[in-house]
Design a protein around this ligand. Structure first.
Ligand SMILES: Cc1ncc(COP(=O)(O)O)c(C=O)c1O
Length: 408
């Protein structure tokens, strides 16, 4: 039998998806499973978006232009202008989700064996993409104790080599919810200019910021040729299935290459583009998003308060996205714990599913005492789920102690 490629043999699969069969089995046994593991918003996709899809006058569902439909690109130009980001339609390309945008970003900026710096913990699909692009992710350590903000510049600079071509991050962050301050991004900008690096900024959670505003990579005029924006409507519009994202840059050779890559994959989805253009034309689109943000802010506060009741929990209140990474020093294998919650634990026929922290790190052994919690549940359920999680942690510790000190 012919072998699959060496590159793809390194792919590990998603740690969250690996646990899914255990959740299915727990439900079959009659357990209620609270899903604190999911990154998919539960809020209905805005009506204006869905109407845009329903009312599109389509006789033939044809390919769209490789860079995106002109009406969608025009609507995006206005959207970014509303956020003080000046982009023309030829400085952006509609992609198949943010996923294709960061795939394109890595393929366009990196040669095989090159390095990209990345604050860790990070969104796990960056690693899969780096493997496929034959690129090395070089992690920059961040810590729960200070809310996963960036370390001092010297620590980042020490990781730069002759192979380093870019620094990449999500801001607001998945899995941490960190929102980088302007000051810490200024430090990144200085390093990017000093070492001629691209800055790939994944801003798919741009509006999901609960204090102040997120700083965009385009807020630094001096970074004009270095800045690459990765964007998506999946989370902001609760439209993960539309598969619509954006890659944008002022760098002309970069965008010319994106144009060629875009042709290689033919075209982005048409239906989602009709929906997006209609949504952005709707005069109340900003209000619609603001309503969603209010909901998530309230959920974040509820989750944060609930987590404080669990002994030992270490986390700062995250400022953005809809995730929280919590360190539980009593854990030493977060994946085993997450599995055990589904296979061996119940509290009044209920259990909880969390995302093990280890899946968000490239450095072996890191994240074994952390879990990521997504607050995409109604508040009553969040409170209950955290109660169950707290009981699960206490029971797990007891079981572990019993195993470690067998009665003689
Ligand atoms: C930080 C970040 N970037 C990109 C994506 C990819 O989203 P999509 O491809 O649906 O746009 C996700 C999804 O969870 C994410 O969390």
């Amino acid at each position: 039998m012919p072998d699959v490629s060496k590159r793809t043999e390194q792919l590990t699969g998603s740690p969250i998806r690996r646990l899914a069969p255990f959740a299915v089995a727990a439900k079959k046994r009659g357990r209620t499973v609270y899903h604190l593991n999911i990154g998919q918003p539960d809020i209905p996709t805005p009506k204006a978006f869905m109407d845009g899809v329903r009312n599109a006058q389509i006789e033939v569902l044809s390919y769209s232009p490789s860079m995106g439909l002109p009406a969608t690109l025009d609507a995006l130009v206005s959207y970014y202008a509303e956020h003080n980001i000046e982009l023309s339609s030829d400085e952006m390309c509609v992609t198949i989700g943010g996923s294709e945008a960061f795939t394109f970003a890595l393929q366009t900026t990196m040669n095989p064996g090159d390095e990209v710096l990345i604050p860790e913990p990070f969104y796990p699909n960056y690693l899969g993409n780096a493997i496929v692009a034959d690129v090395n992710l070089v992690p920059i350590s961040t810590r729960a104790e200070n809310g996963f903000h960036l370390p001092p510049s010297e620590e980042i600079e020490a990781r730069i080599t002759t192979r380093t071509r870019a620094i990449m991050f999500s801001n607001p962050g998945n899995p941490t919810g960190v929102v980088y301050t302007r000051e810490e991004l200024e430090r990144v900008v200085r390093l990017a200019l000093k070492y001629e690096l691209f800055v790939i900024s994944d801003e798919v959670y741009r509006e999901y910021v609960y204090e102040g505003k997120a700083t965009s990579v385009f807020d630094f005029p001096e970074l004009r040729e270095h800045a690459i924006l990765v964007d998506s409507i999946s989370k902001r519009l609760s439209a993960c299935g539309a598969r619509i994202g954006v890659i944008a840059s002022h760098n002309k050779p970069f965008m010319a290459t994106i144009g060629k890559l875009a042709q290689v994959r033919l075209s982005p989805p048409s239906l989602g583009q009709y929906g997006l253009a209609a949504f952005l034309r709707d005069p109340s689109h900003t209000e619609t998003i603001e309503t969603m943000i209010r909901k998530f802010r309230s959920r974040r506060d509820t989750l944060y308060d609930a987590i404080q009741t669990i002994p030992g929990a270490i986390c700062q209140k995250p400022a953005g996205a809809f995730y929280m990474c919590v360190k539980f020093p009593q854990l030493d294998d977060s994946e085993a714990f997450a599995r055990w919650l589904l296979t061996d634990f119940e509290s009044d026929k209920e259990t909880v599913m969390v995302a093990p922290g280890s899946g968000f790190y490239a450095t072996p052994g890191k994240g074994n005492d952390e879990v990521r919690i997504a607050y995409v549940l109604e508040e009553k359920k969040i409170v209950r789920a955290v109660e169950v999680l707290g009981r699960g942690l206490a029971a797990y510790e007891k079981v572990r102690k019993e195993v470690e000190t067998p009665v003689s």
